[in-house]
Design a protein around this ligand. Structure first.
Ligand code: F6P
Length: 373
C-alpha cells in the first residue's frame, strides 16, 4: 500500500526548514513512491485540519528560501490557546491524523517539538522528527539545521562591529540568540574574534569582564567586543535562581510552590534587556564609551548556508528511508556523516548545553578570550 506522510514545522522558524521539507518530500514521493501532505502552522494546523498539498512542483525552488513554506507556531497539542482559553487538542489531532489516512507524521522542530511528538507517540500515532534550531541545543544529535546559517550571520555581524568599535574606541556588547545554550555565542564569538564571550553555562562576574577590558586598554587596545549569549547571567543572578529552583523542588505545599515559581518568574523578568544593563555597567566600570547591538531575529532569517542545506537534505532523505522501513517514534539525528534514529523517549525533555570542558571553550581561553569567570 502507498504510504501517506503528513509533515509540519513547529517552534521558531529557522534556515534550512524548506530544504528539509524538500528533502523528506522529494525522497518520499520521487524515490519511494509515497504521498506527502503538509499541515499549516505547526500543531495548530494539524488540530484544525488545515492541510497543504506538497505534490507536483510545490517542492521545487524552495531549497534556498528561508523560513518555512508551511508556516509555524509554538502551539503545543495538549495546551492550545483557543478563544483565550487553554484546550487539550490531542484528540482532535489524533482524529485528523486518521481522517487524512496518515501512516506517519513528520515533525520538524527543536526541543519543544521533540516533547510534543513524544506525547503524540504516547497517544498511538506514528511520528518521526528532525532536529531544527539555530540554538543547536537538541540532545543526542551532533548538530541541528539552522545553526550553521545563524553562526555565519552572527560571525559576520561581529566582523562588522569590530571596525566601528575600533574606530570609536568603544566597547560593543553584541547579544546573540541561543535560548539557554551558548553554542551560537561561543561559536560566533570565537570565529569573530570577540574579546569577551559570556555564556549561560558559565555565569559571569562583571568585574572580571571589566578587568579583561582594562587589560586590553593597558596593552594599547582601546576597544573591545563582548559577545553575550541571550541566556548568559551574572553570578549573583545564577545564585538567586539556584536558590529559587531549590525552593520550588522542595516545596511541601501548593503555596510554597507558587511562591517559588513567582520568584523564578520575577528573576526572569529582571533579566530582560540584560545586554543593555551590561553595556551601562561596563561603561561605568571602565570609563570607556559602550554601545549595545542585539542581533535578534536577523539570525533566523534569510537563505540557509550550504552546510544547512546539505544537513537538512541528508536528514530529510534519511527520514524518508526510515519511513520506508517503518522505523517510527524516533528523531533522525546527525552523527558524523551518518543519520541515525534515536528513540524520542531518550531525546525529549533534554537540552544539550555547552560542556565546560568542550574544546571550543579551551580554544577560546587559549587565544586569550575572557569568559567572564
Ligand atoms: O529557538 C530559537 C530562538 O530564536 C531562540 O534563540 C530564542 O530564545 C527564541 O527562539 C525566541 O523565540 P520567539 O520567536 O518566540 O520570540
Amino acid at each position: 500500500m502507498t504510504k501517506q506522510i503528513g509533515i509540519l514545522t513547529a517552534g521558531g522558524d529557522s534556515p534550512g526548514l524548506n530544504a528539509a521539507i524538500r528533502g523528506v518530500g522529494k525522497a518520499a514521493q520521487g524515490y519511494y513512491g509515497m504521498r506527502v501532505i503538509g499541515f499549516r502552522d505547526g500543531f495548530r494546523g494539524l488540530a484544525e485540519n488545515r492541510t497543504q498539498q506538497l505534490g507536483g512542483d510545490v517542492l521545487s525552488g524552495i531549497l534556498t528560501i528561508g523560513g518555512t513554506i508551511l508556516g509555524t507556531s509554538r502551539d503545543k497539542p495538549h495546551k492550545m490557546v483557543i478563544g483565550g482559553k487553554i484546550h487539550d487538542m490531542t484528540d482532535a489531532i489524533v482524529e485528523n491524523y486518521h481522517a487524512n489516512h496518515l501512516d506517519v507524521l513528520v515533525c520538524l522542530g527543536g526541543g519543544g517539538t521533540q516533547k510534543n511528538a513524544l506525547r503524540l507517540k504516547q497517544n498511538g500515532l506514528n511520528v518521526i522528527t528532525l532536529p531544527k534550531t539555530i540554538d543547536n541545543d537538541v540532545a543526542l544529535t551532533d548538530v541541528t539545521f539552522g545553526f550553521d546559517t545563524a553562526l555565519g550571520i552572527a560571525t559576520e555581524s561581529i566582523d562588522r562591529l569590530h571596525s566601528t568599535a575600533h574606530s570609536h574606541h568603544r566597547i560593543i556588547v553584541v547579544e546573540i540568540m541561543g535560548h539557554r545554550a551558548g553554542w551560537l555565542a561561543l561559536g560566533a564569538g570565537i570565529a569573530g574574534g570577540a574579546d569577551v564571550i559570556l555564556l549561560p553555562e558559565l555565569p559571569y562576574d562583571v568585574n572580571s569582564v571589566a578587568e579583561a577590558i582594562r587589560n586590553r586598554v593597558r596593552g594599547g587596545k582601546k576597544f573591545s567586543i563582548v559577545a553575550v549569549a541571550e541566556g548568559a547571567i551574572p553570578r549573583e543572578l545564577a545564585e538567586q535562581q539556584t536558590a529559587a529552583q531549590h525552593l520550588k523542588e522542595n516545596a511541601t505545599n501548593k503555596d510554597e510552590k507558587k511562591k517559588a515559581r513567582k520568584a523564578l518568574e520575577k528573576l526572569e523578568q529582571e533579566h530582560r534587556g540584560h545586554a543593555i544593563q551590561l553595556g551601562i555597567h561596563l561603561e561605568e566600570l571602565t570609563g570607556l564609551e559602550s554601545r549595545v547591538t542585539i542581533l535578534g531575529y536577523l539570525q533566523r532569517g534569510g537563505t540557509p548556508s550550504a552546510g544547512d542545506r546539505l544537513l537538512a537534505t541528508r536528514l530529510g532523505s534519511a527520514c524518508a528511508n526510515l519511513i520506508n522501513q517503518e522505523v517510527y517514534g524516533v528523531m533522525v539525528a546527525a552523527r558524523g556523516d551518518q543519520a541515525v534514529p534515536v528513540a524520542l523517549e531518550e531525546v525529549a525533555g533534554k537540552r544539550r548545553l555547552v560542556p565546560l570542558d568542550h574544546p571550543w571553550i579551551e580554544a577560546a581561553r587559549h587565544v586569550g578570550t575572557s569568559l567572564g569567570d
